[in-house]
Design a protein around this ligand. Structure first.
Ligand code: NAD
Length: 503
């Protein structure tokens, strides 16, 4: 039996094939657990359970208030185990225990609470006042889609699970979630929470396994009504293709290459700190990371010196130590990807001003092949591959500019449009720049701060649709218009004469 099993129809079960896979602590390479490896047949099982729970079970028939209460119970139960969730999130994915404790677990709880509030307070039926067809009445209903599936990446597995399950369940859908294989455990642990709060069987199912089989079924199945995906743009395109077979609505949260613009009137010390936070938080394995720093020419040299000095103070080490700023990357293959891009950067623009290697002097037991130093390339043309392609590692490209218009043009010269930043002491000027950036989120004098009340998502090839906010709930609802003619009198049917006065 696997240490962590799939969660299907309210129960923990092994994969039908009996296969398992090993998940490791990326810092040491030591195994953490054996996990049941779902194949296509397990996804089908989970989808069928969700289908039955939607078609016959109580969940979609509860009031919004009742669903809200259950989501709050889920949030309470996670909070009661928050240390266990944080420890496993950090150990399995390599993000620091500091991040898991203060960001991942509280953010997931906050997302469940936000969608609980929306389930409780948002009307499921809204009267449309006034009608061109008196004396009819009209109303709009927000109804669940049915079975909603979600496929999520490895960088913020616990938060991503909450962002998919929270709105799906709040709207009365049932769901199947697939975490990424590197980081399946905390999503699978949610099954215990669902059992504890007596979530009806089949309402939330979790399958861990390869994207090419278990994942594809979740997008392609005719029993699924809506699918949501967070991950790379390349796999996002595949999800769209698979979903098109049954014309399913999709929401996609994809890659990014966000620009953080440092204007010449910025407080340089703070802007440099914000730039490092915006780029190197979680080793740059964050979709909205500000991996292009656009810096005004008049402050360029001073700013570069500040960046390099501060980057040297970032502490690299075991992710389980609260003093650590950067732990390992998620996998050795991710470090190798970073190394390939750093080699390319050396060809394209020369030596980085800092980093560019694996760290020295790590504590015993930590594998240097899993870590990488924060790396900054200066004087990067925006056309360089390291400025255009998502690296998903601790690599920053610094790009000079001379005017606000030029900064906006460079920022928008990307296939992506997920996020960005503007650092300036003049809020009006910063706002004007922010408004012209073609991205779903912009931070002024800040970076990375998200909260469930505000929508998040991308323009261009960074995605379709929004998560969080009220928009995040609407993505999980169908909209129905009902027109009600009171009938009874021929006077209420004068429009029938458009066909014939004789019927
Ligand atoms: P990925 O696209 O390789 O995998 C994401 C998920 O998709 C995993 O669960 C994987 O198993 C699954 N998958 C892979 N192939 C599949 C297929 N053919 N059909 C169905 N599912 C499949 O991404 P990743 O490496 O896990 O994560 C990094 C990427 O995610 C980056 O590009 C990053 O920008 C993006 N990301 C975006 C956001 C956002 O909100 N925009 C958030 C986090 C990560």
């Amino acid at each position: 039996m696997a240490d962590y099993q799939l969660f299907i129809n309210g129960e923990y079960v092994d994969a039908q094939s009996g296969e398992t896979f090993t998940t490791v602590d990326p810092a040491t390479g030591q195994p953490i657990a054996e996990i049941a490896k779902a194949g296509r047949e397990d996804s089908i099982r989970a989808i069928e359970a969700a289908r039955k729970a939607f078609d016959e079970g109580p969940w979609p028939r509860l009031s919004g208030k009742e669903r809200g209460e259950k989501l709050n119970q889920i949030a309470d139960a996670i909070e009661a185990k928050s240390a266990a969730f944080a420890e496993m999130e950090a150990r399995d994915g390599g993000g620091t225990i500091k991040k898991a404790t203060f960001a991942d677990v509280p953010s997931a709880v906050a997302a469940f609470r936000w969608f609980a509030k929306l389930a409780t307070e948002e009307a499921e039926e809204v009267e449309v006042p006034g009608t061109p067809f008196p004396p009819s009445q009209n109303w709009v209903r927000y109804e669940p889609h049915g079975v909603c599936t979600g496929v999520i990446p490895w960088n913020f597995p616990f938060i991503m699970a909450a962002w998919k399950l929270g709105p799906a369940l709040a709207a009365g859908n049932t769901s199947v979630l697939k975490p990424a294989s590197f980081t399946s455990i905390t999503a699978l642990m949610l099954g215990e929470v669902f059992q504890e709060v007596d979530l009806p069987p089949g309402v939330a199912n979790i399958v861990a396994g390869p994207g090419g089989t278990a994942g594809e079924e979740l997008a392609a199945s005719p029993l699924v009504d809506k699918t949501a995906f967070t991950g790379s743009t390349e796999v996002g395109r595949r999800i769209m293709q698979l979903a098109s077979g049954t014309v399913k609505p999709v929401t996609l949260e994809l890659g990014g290459k966000s620009a953080n613009i440092i204007l010449d009137d910025a407080d340089l010390d703070i802007a440099a700190a914000v730039t490092l936070w915006g780029t190197f938080f979680h080793n740059g394995q964050v979709c909205e990371s500000g991996t292009r720093a656009l810096v005004h020419k008049s402050i360029y040299d001073e700013f570069l010196a500040l960046l390099a000095d501060k980057a040297g103070k970032i502490v690299i080490g075991s992710q389980m130590d609260f003093e650590t700023d950067l732990g390992p990357l998620v996998s050795r293959s991710q470090v190798e990807t970073v190394e390939r891009y750093v080699a390319l950067g050396r060809e394209e623009v020369g030596e980085p001003i800092c980093g560019g290697k694996r760290p020295d002097g790590l504590a015993e037991g930590l594998d240097p092949a899993a870590f990488y130093t924060p790396t900054i390339f200066a004087g990067v043309p925006n056309s360089a591959k390291i400025a255009q392609e998502e690296i998903f590692g601790p690599v920053l490209s610094v790009i000079p500019f001379e005017s606000d218009d030029e900064a906006v043009a460079i920022a928008n010269d990307s296939i992506y449009g997920l996020a960005g930043g503007v650092q300036s002491s003049n809020l009006d000027r910063a706002r004007s720049v922010a408004n012209r950036m073609r991205t779903g989120t912009v931070w002024i004098n800040d970076y990375h701060l998200l909260s469930p009340e505000r929508p998040f998502g991308g323009y261009k090839q960074s995605g379709i649709g929004r998560e969080l906010g009220i928009q995040g709930l609407r993505a999980y609802q169908q909209v129905k218009h009902v027109h009600a003619n009171p009938g009874g009198s021929r006077d209420n049917y004068i429009h029938l004469s458009a066909l014939s006065g004789n019927i």
